[in-house]
Design a protein around this ligand. Structure first.
Ligand code: ATP
Ligand code: LTN
Length: 334
């Protein structure tokens, strides 16, 4: 029965076209988990403006991201897909959570440190409190499980700490969520600098495979992927490029990186790259076909967004109301 199912929440920023990293680390699992869970998936546009965005581009990317989530197989009839900025409860709960989060906790966040060094001219306070907004997203829906890539583990820990702290003060108001981090694909690395994660806002487009890259581009990017000069195909920390290619292959084929290593043992780098390209192209082709169909259908996208915001708001405002009462605010008509 629908309402006895556990709840999933996850979000993705419309900060660029989704990459293979976003897909293998997160979005692919969103579709797989929807049979067992009641799911809320947010296109987190409020998180995206923590770095400068062009407004016209951002609006377009929100729709692109929504279409990609649907193309990946998420069913908006049974689940909730929506734009975060259309549900005001996120910002309202975030304020309250801010007052229960310590500067010291936020100062430790590695994503903040990494993003502030990348955007040194715009270290705004939104970038600093970004994890608190993420905690608000998750706690509003009383999520049990949060499927994300491993880069988000620290934010999930903070969300849990905030929830436990507030439950301790006010009695049980929040469900304490667990991270769901898949073994394969949890951290796909950049093709150009395999010591850092593949990121959709990387200014070097050769560092990532975008989900909408055509076959020629995919093959060219993999051909150009940084490797090393020892010529042997094996998993090793000192061989991050080869290890990453094997991990990508493994995540797509649903095998372990060790099994992928065996499959390519004794071959040369050219053959490995061809095998990886074939796997990516086969995986992305059907997704792309569905995407272009859905992306044309403005009416469908608008309807999913409107219905999604309404469904999300009905749950989110209920939680917000409960928290507002607990902290001592005057009763409010929603
Ligand atoms: P940006 O580059 O704008 O910071 P991003 O590419 O890191 O964005 P997000 O929107 O922040 O993507 O993340 C969406 C989801 O994709 C999150 O669950 C995140 O953990 C996951 N993810 C992001 N990058 C990777 C990666 N390289 N490998 C695996 N999962 C990833
Ligand atoms: N911070 C996340 C995106 C995100 C998210 C969330 C993920 C925002 N809100 C809630 C899970 C649950 C990221 O991937 N960078």
């Amino acid at each position: 029965m629908e309402n006895t199912k556990k709840t999933i929440y996850s979000g993705i920023q419309p900060s660029g076209i989704l990459t293979l990293g976003n897909y293998l680390g997160a979005v692919k699992n969103w579709a797989l988990l929807q049979e067992e869970y009641n799911c809320y998936y947010g296109v987190v546009d409020m998180h995206a403006i923590t770095v400068r965005q062009n407004p016209t581009e951002l609006r377009k990317r929100c729709a692109d991201t929504m279409a990609l989530i649907l193309a990946a197989g998420v069913d908006p009839e049974r689940h909730t897909v929506y734009y975060q900025s259309q549900v005001g409860a996120h910002a309202e709960l975030m304020w309250i959570l801010n007052c229960f989060t310590y500067m010291g906790e936020l100062n430790r966040m590695t994503q903040f440190k990494e993003k502030s060094s990348r955007h040194a001219d715009n270290i705004n306070s939104g970038l600093f409190t970004y994890p608190v907004l993420m905690a608000a997203d998750i706690l509003l829906y009383n999520a049990d499980l949060v499927p994300v890539g491993s880069d988000q583990r620290q934010h999930l820990e903070l969300t849990r700490d905030i929830a436990i702290r507030m439950n301790g003060i006010f009695g049980d108001i929040f469900t304490v969520p667990e991270a769901y981090i898949a073994k394969a694909g949890a951290r796909i690395m950049s093709l150009q600098s395999p010591e850092k994660k593949m990121s959709k806002s990387d200014e070097n487009v050769n560092g990532f495979i975008a989900l909408l890259d055509d076959e020629k581009t995919i093959r060219a990017k993999i051909r150009r992927a940084v490797t090393d000069s020892d010529g042997e195909i094996r998993l090793a920390p000192e061989k991050p490029g080869i290890t990453n290619l094997l991990s990508i292959y493994a995540a797509i084929k649903k095998i372990t990186p060790e099994e992928a290593e065996k499959e390519f043992a004794g071959m040369n780098y050219g053959q490995l790259k061809e095998g990886v390209s074939d796997a990516i192209v086969d995986e992305l082709k059907p997704l792309q076909e569905r995407y272009y169909e859905i992306r044309k259908d403005k009416e469908l996208l608008n309807r999913v967004a409107a219905e999604g915001a309404e469904k999300a708001a009905s749950v989110a405002y209920r939680t917000l109301g409960k928290v507002q009462r607990k902290v001592g605010f005057a009763p409010r008509k929603l």
